[in-house]
Design a protein around this ligand. Structure first.
Ligand SMILES: CC(C)(COP(=O)(O)OP(=O)(O)OC[C@H]1O[C@@H](n2cnc3c(N)ncnc32)[C@H](O)[C@@H]1OP(=O)(O)O)[C@@H](O)C(=O)NCCC(=O)NCCS
Length: 193
């Protein structure tokens, strides 16, 4: 079974379902032009990029929004823009691909308030309840304690046998080694992907 066939099947399940998710404090929504500037500022921030392959230029950041929106247009789901109601953040081959990944990236002024965990729980529920996924993965470097904590708080677990070298990072890069976290659908809830 190829990844592409699988994603097409997932896309059919999304048809007719809400394109936005709401939690108590957050709106997970599609990307709009007004997101470009704050997203570029976020992606240029060295604190945000500390555990990522590198800070992004404005052009690279805009291109990422285009890719994220392109995924939504083709498949009906993807990485949402995270808006605080009153913000955000994969393709390569590895031993665990094809997969569906969950990830997060917030501006530093919003860290430590549980937003990433809250948004991630809503996104996981969407992945299992609406998409009927069997498994969702996430990955980060060993030193990204905040991100690992979010993964653990939402019930993901890691196994040293799953550790891998990120293919986008060169040999010798201190951020190359990654930990893989996985979570399976609640029992009895999967549809065949
Ligand atoms: C990772 C990130 C999204 C977390 O966002 P957040 O909204 O602060 O996350 P939450 O508040 O939901 O949870 C963070 C948890 O990590 C813990 N934490 C934060 N920094 C930590 C550290 N240095 N060591 C140990 N735990 C830490 C917090 O205490 C909290 O756990 P708790 O609820 O048990 O106290 C945010 O730090 C970020 O955007 N970082 C830059 C981009 C990035 O690295 N993204 C992940 C790529 S894999």
């Amino acid at each position: 079974m190829t990844g592409e066939c699988r994603v097409e099947r997932l896309a059919k399940r999304v048809a007719g379902t809400p394109r936005e998710l709401r939690t108590d404090r957050l709106l997970l929504r599609r990307w709009v032009p007004a997101d470009r500037e704050p997203f570029a500022a976020l992606n240029a921030d060295p604190k945000v990029a500390e555990y990522l392959p590198g800070a992004l230029s404005r052009k690279e950041s805009d291109a990422m929004i285009k890719r994220l929106e392109g995924h939504f247009n083709r498949h009906g789901f993807g990485f949402w823009a995270l808006e605080i109601r009153d913000g955000l953040c994969a393709g390569f081959e590895a031993h665990f691909t094809p997969c569906v990944e969950i990830g997060w990236c917030l501006g530093p002024t919003h860290w430590g308030r549980g937003y990433a965990t809250e948004g991630a729980r809503a996104a996981l529920a969407f992945g299992f309840d609406v998409l009927g996924l069997e498994e969702i993965v996430s990955f980060t470097v060993p030193g990204n304690a905040a991100s690992r904590r979010v993964m653990e708080k939402i019930g993901m677990t890691t196994d040293p046998a799953d550790d891998f070298d990120h293919p986008s990072l060169a040999e010798g890069d201190p951020l190359r080694r990654h930990l893989l976290y996985r979570i399976s659908a609640p029992a009895g809830q999967t549809k065949t992907a």
